[in-house]
Design a binder for this molecule. Structure first.
Ligand code: FES
Ligand SMILES: [Fe+2]
Length: 397
């Protein structure tokens, strides 16, 4: 029975009261989030498909952990993670061209462009030009790249900047890891990405994507009457959370959208053929299931559906600035018709994401005014409530 307070009743430990705004607008709270969360917990920094071959690497700036990380695949196939900093005079070893930089070294080495120090994919310092002019106290074996803990789950690459992480990656993921295990993420590697920097706190961006209450209003243009505005099968799993979004049965796509849904290999609306979902997701195989909406703590949302999956990541740049990255994955189109349908899906998704991001800066600006001290959440905003409670637990631990 869908009672109006079903999630609040099920997870009554989260309380029902208003949620304070201070954590969204406080530079001091953000400092504690950096220390207690982004410097300490597992963070998803990429996918295996981004660095498939030996010598492929990715550098990613993580401002919230005050560093840039390099993940590189060695000749043994293993992925190593290192701070992007040379042991000579501190230059970045991978020259960055933006928030993230992808590259390949056939020899699986990294060379600092300042004075040519060369590192192996295992981080070891291999070669130093004019090595004999350094002094006896200089030991190459002690001057490799600084390693970072790295782990992999279902093709996602994670790093942890803590010297000794409180938990291994598997324990950190816990039930969330099991819930999504077996979904064929790697079978749908064709990707498009949208990203932008927003003048808002990272949690405002998280919250805007963690409910479906806004669908009828904000997405009246892109997805009119397409999705239900509530959540199904909410499950809170340690710091992580998931739920399902279903289709609204009154949805009437435009003729073009209807055609694109028919032709697309993956769509949030069209459901065809045998399910590719693991038994934990849409377990009763409801025909009106659209997608699983989940939050992998702290800053990654993973959404999966039939033939398509997508992620949002929110990287804090400052207490009032956030890098948002939206990535959408489908199978490579095989026909022109499928390619057209994919272009249609991309455009629709871009419009929807523009609608989603449109409120964030306004929300942050209004929050800073101090006119209100709290937000009021309804029952279908339970993922936001859980997020606020979890972040607060970490910050005050
Ligand atoms: S700073 Fe890297 S070689 Fe000099
Ligand atoms: Fe949305």
């Amino acid at each position: 029975m869908n009672t109006p307070h079903r999630w609040g009743d099920q997870y009554s430990e989260l309380g029902h009261g208003p949620i304070p705004i201070e954590p969204y607008i406080s530079p001091n709270y953000y400092q504690r989030e950096k220390e207690k969360i982004f410097h300490k917990e597992w963070l998803c920094v990429g996918r295996n498909e981004e660095i498939p071959n030996a010598g492929d690497y990715k550098a990613k700036r993580i401002e919230a952990a005050d560093t840039s990380v390099i993940v590189i695949r060695g000749k043994d196939g293993n992925v190593g993670a290192f701070h992007n900093m040379c042991a000579h005079r501190g230059n970045t070893v991978v020259t960055e061209t933006g928030h993230e930089t992808l590259g390949n070294s056939r020899a699986a080495i990294l060379t600092c462009r300042f004075h040519g120090w060369v590192y192996g994919a295992d981080g070891s310092l291999i070669s130093v030009p004019q090595e004999d002019r350094f002094y006896e106290c200089f030991d190459k074996s002690e001057n490799g790249l600084t390693a970072i803990h790295v782990g992999e789950w279902e093709g996602f690459i994670f790093v942890n900047f803590s010297e000794s992480p409180a938990q291994g990656l598997e324990d950190f993921l816990g039930e969330y890891g099991q819930h999504f295990a077996g979904y064929p993420f790697d079978k749908m590697p064709y990707q498009f990405t949208y990203y932008t920097e927003l003048d808002c706190n990272w949690k405002i961006a998280h919250d805007a994507f963690a409910e479906a209450y806004h669908v009828d209003t904000i997405h009246a243009g892109s997805f009119p009457n397409v999705f239900s505005n509530g959540l199904e099968r909410v499950k809170l799993m340690g710091p992580h959370r998931t739920s399902a979004v279903h289709l609204s049965m009154n949805g009437k796509p435009t003729p073009i959208a209807g055609l694109a849904n028919e032709l697309a290999t993956g769509s949030l609306v069209a459901q065809r053929g045998e399910s590719m979902l693991p038994p934990t997701i849409n377990p009763d195989r409801a025909q009106d299931f659209s997608f699983e909406l989940s939050v992998l703590f702290p800053n990654t949302l993973i959404h999966v559906s039939e033939g398509i999956w997508f992620t949002h990541q929110f990287w804090p740049l400052a207490y009032d600035r956030t890098l948002w990255e939206g990535r959408y994955y489908v199978a490579e189109p095989e026909t022109n018709a499928q390619r057209w349908a994919l272009e249609h899906a991309m455009t629709l998704q871009r419009n929807a994401w523009l609608e989603d991001t449109a409120t964030m800066e306004d929300t942050h600006r209004a929050m800073k005014s101090g006119a209100k001290q709290h937000q009021n959440l309804q029952d279908d905003e339970i993922l936001i409530r859980h997020g606020a409670v979890v972040v607060d637990q970490y910050v005050n631990a």
